[in-house]
Design a protein around this ligand. Structure first.
Ligand SMILES: [Zn+2]
Length: 281
C-alpha cells in the first residue's frame, strides 16, 4: 500500500479523481483496489473475473480443495497451501461496485481511446487494453517478458492452457510498439515474446508426456518431477503455496493433453491418475 500510494503520487495521480482498470482478479493486481477507490470511482473489471470475485465463497474454496485432493495433493500440505494462498488472504472484498467490461468495449480517457480485449488463460476473465492510435498494449499478466505467466487449472471443467494459447494468437497481429505488463520490465518485441511463450508450453507438454512415459501417476507426482525455475534445491523444499501453483500448472498441461487425445485418466482408489496411450497399453 505504501509503495503503491507513493508511486501514484510520483506520477501525479489524484486518487480523489481516479478510476481503476483491473486486468484480472489476482490479489497482486486487485487486492488494494477496495482501499484505494473513493466513493463513485469506476472500477473496470472483466466480466468473467467479476463473477469469480462475487462467488469467492467458502464453497468455492471447498470445491478447489476437493479437486486438489482428488488429484493427489497431500492433505496436510494442502491446508497450509490454502492458509497462505494470496487469493484467500488479499483478495478485494466481494461488495465492490464494478464496471464490467466485455470484449470490444471502449474506454476513452483524455487523448487515449482504449479497446478492451478479453484474453482468458492466466485467469478466466483476464482482459487487456489496446490503444491502436498510439500502439500501446496494457497486458496485465497475459504476456510477461522474463517469466512466464502461471497457467493453472483449479477446477475440473476448465482448459486454461488451451484458452491461453488461443489468447496469445488473438493478440499476435496487433500493431504494438510499447507493451506495459503487470510485472517486470516494459518491452517492445511483443510478437517475438508470444512465439517464445508458445514454444515454452510446447516444451512443457513434451516434458509432461515424457514423465508419464514412466507409468500412470497423479498430478502431484507429475508436478514434483517437472523442472521449476525457483530458488529451492528440491521439490520438498518448495513452500506449500508454490507447490499448489506448480501442481495447478501441471494439471493445466495434463488437461490440454487429455483434450488433444494424448493422455487418459482413471480413478484409482480415491484419486485420479493420468496415463499416456503407451503406458496404458
Ligand atoms: Zn496474475
Amino acid at each position: 500500500m505504501t509503495a503503491l500510494v507513493s508511486g501514484l503520487k510520483e506520477c501525479g495521480v489524484d486518487l480523489q479523481q481516479a478510476d481503476f482498470f483491473i486486468t484480472h482478479m489476482h490479489a497482486d493486481h486487485a487486492g488494494l483496489v477496495s482501499t484505494l477507490a473513493v466513493e463513485g470511482a469506476r472500477i473496470y473489471f472483466g466480466w468473467a473475473d467479476a463473477e469469480v470475485i462475487k462467488s469467492s465463497t467458502p464453497e468455492h474454496w471447498e470445491k478447489l480443495i476437493d479437486f486438489a485432493r482428488k488429484c493427489g495433493f497431500p492433505g496436510e500440505e494442502l491446508e497450509k497451501a490454502i492458509g497462505s494462498h494470496p487469493g484467500r488472504r488479499y483478495s478485494p472484498n466481494t461488495s465492490l461496485n464494478l464496471c464490467v467490461l466485455k470484449d470490444g468495449d471502449a474506454i476513452s480517457i483524455g487523448d487515449y481511446l482504449f479497446k478492451c480485449i478479453e484474453t482468458p488463460g492466466h485467469t478466466a476473465g483476464h482482459i487487456c487494453l489496446y490503444e491502436s492510435g498510439k500502439k500501446i498494449f496494457i497486458c496485465g499478466d497475459h504476456i510477461l517478458v522474463d517469466i512466464t505467466p502461471n497457467i493453472t487449472l483449479s477446477f475440473e471443467e476448465q482448459n486454461p492452457l488451451k484458452e491461453y494459447l488461443m489468447s496469445l494468437d488473438k493478440v499476435y497481429d496487433l500493431d504494438v510498439e510499447l507493451v506495459l505488463p503487470g510485472h517486470r520490465s516494459i518491452f517492445r518485441n511483443q510478437k517475438e515474446r508470444i512465439r517464445e511463450l508458445k514454444q515454452h508450453h510446447q516444451t512443457r507438454l513434451k516434458e509432461v508426456t515424457s514423465i508419464l512415459g514412466k507409468g500412470k501417476q497423479n498430478a502431484f507426482q507429475i508436478a514434483s518431477q517437472m523442472t521449476w525455475d525457483i530458488g529451492y534445491k528440491s521439490w520438498d523444499l518448495f513452500p506449500p503455496a508454490q507447490k499448489l501453483f506448480a501442481f495447478g500448472e501441471a494439471l493445466a498441461h495434463l488437461k490440454y493433453l487429455e483434450e488433444e487425445g494424448e493422455v487418459g485418466r482413471q480413478i484409482e482408489g480415491q484419486g485420479l491418475v493420468f496415463f499416456t496411450g503407451v503406458s496404458n497399453a
